[in-house]
Design a protein around this ligand. Structure first.
Ligand code: ATP
Ligand code: LTN
Length: 333
């Protein structure tokens, strides 16, 4: 009998513009996994509501993110790609999990603290309970592995605790998922403030390279990247600016950090910036070409979403009915 493939699941919220950090920390690894795993990749639009959105732009961005997932190499023939709000069980399971999560656990989440600081005028309850919705995303599909960047580690820990808690209270129901955080590139830093992470909805456009940025814009942004006062191209925690550029160069060229250091030995910061910009442009060029092609075919994109939602719905319904039965809800005839 053929053994079932293990399940991976991940998601990105459609806010801001997909950036090189999302590609390196998440999407690139999804592509590598999709042959060996039963894969589900979500566009988590419900998560995006935790910050203010313009409805027409949110709609457009969801479609654009879908096309970017595919352009980066996610193959809808191999993987399920779906929009979170198309599957009502996400919200339904969230409610059940809400009732076994303590306020203390949520209070410890650093992303909530960071995002509250950035959105002082809109600290809504969704921002606070967001990690529970994320746990529901993962547990609904019985995911074994969740490939994410380092910033999501704490949310994954909560997800594991909730799965174990539910299993303990009501008998085995959920797979307890493992995070997959890449060894290199799990925390790409902002180009303008190398002590904070690069973020796709940063208001300062110069802090990130978007996947769809024009080559000239990429070159300009890398040139303007904040570096330290030193001169040596050497990876060192004391020089976060240049270290971040070395990391980017290293993951994109698949060269080790020491190989990169010797390649640039005796050269100036500007040499690294020029070459790094070229490497990024070369990486993104084929992605942008595919993106432009795919975006022309709205019917194709809608077809991918329809198939994705159908597959995801079937699986989510199966888990949710099990959960409802275990907690004592009467099944609807
Ligand atoms: P936003 O600024 O809109 O909150 P974000 O850039 O933090 O977005 P998310 O949607 O929160 O992106 O994350 C999408 C994926 O990209 C997650 O797996 C996350 O861990 C990863 N990721 C986000 N930022 C980085 C980063 N700086 N380095 C590596 N991976 C990252
Ligand atoms: N919270 C994640 C996005 C996200 C996610 C998920 C990632 C929502 N649901 C499920 C992995 C699995 C973030 O990156 N901010």
């Amino acid at each position: 009998m053929e053994r079932k493939k293990p399940i991976i699941l991940s998601g990105i919220q459609p806010s801001g513009q997909l950036c090189i950090a999302n590609y390196i920390g998440a999407i690139k690894n999804w592509v590598d996994f999709q042959d060996d795993y039963d894969s589900i990749f979500l566009i988590v639009d419900m998560h995006a509501l935790t910050v203010k959105q313009v409805p027409a732009e949110l709609r457009k961005r969801c479609l654009s993110f879908l096309a970017q997932y595919i352009a980066c190499g996610i193959d809808p023939q191999k993987s399920t790609i779906a929009i979170q709000s198309h599957i009502p069980q996400h919200a339904e399971l969230t409610w059940v999990l809400n009732c076994i999560t303590s306020l203390g656990e949520l209070n410890r989440m650093t992303q909530f603290k960071d995002k509250s600081k950035k959105n002082e005028s809109n600290i809504n309850a969704g921002l606070f309970t967001y990690p529970i919705l994320m746990a529901a995303d993962i547990l609904l599909y019985q995911a074994d592995l969740v490939p994410v960047g380092a910033d999501q580690k704490q949310h994954l820990e909560l997800t594991r605790n909730l799965a174990q808690r539910f299993n303990h209270l009501y008998s085995d129901t959920f797979v307890v998922p493992e995070p997959y955080i890449p060894k290199f590139g799990a925390r790409i830093m902002s180009l303008q403030d190398p002590t904070s992470k690069m973020s796709k909805s940063d208001k300062n456009e110069n802090s990130l390279v978007a996947l769809l940025d024009h080559p000239d814009v990429i070159t300009k942004k890398i040139k303007r990247a904040v570096t330290d006062s030193g001169t040596e191209i050497r990876f060192d925690d004391k020089n976060p600016g240049i270290s971040n550029l070395i990391s980017l160069y290293s993951v994109l060229t698949k060269k080790s950090v020491s190989e990169v250091e010797s390649h640039f030995e005796g050269k100036m910061y500007s040499a690294l910036k020029i070459e790094l910009a070229e490497v990024i442009v070369d990486t993104l060029k084929p992605i942008q070409q595919r993106y432009n092609e795919i975006m022309k075919d709205k019917n194709y994109l809608e077809g991918v979403l329809e198939a994705g939602a159908e597959n995801a719905y079937y699986r989510a319904r199966k888990t949710l009915s099990k959960v409802y039965r275990k907690i004592g809800f009467i099944a609807k005839k």
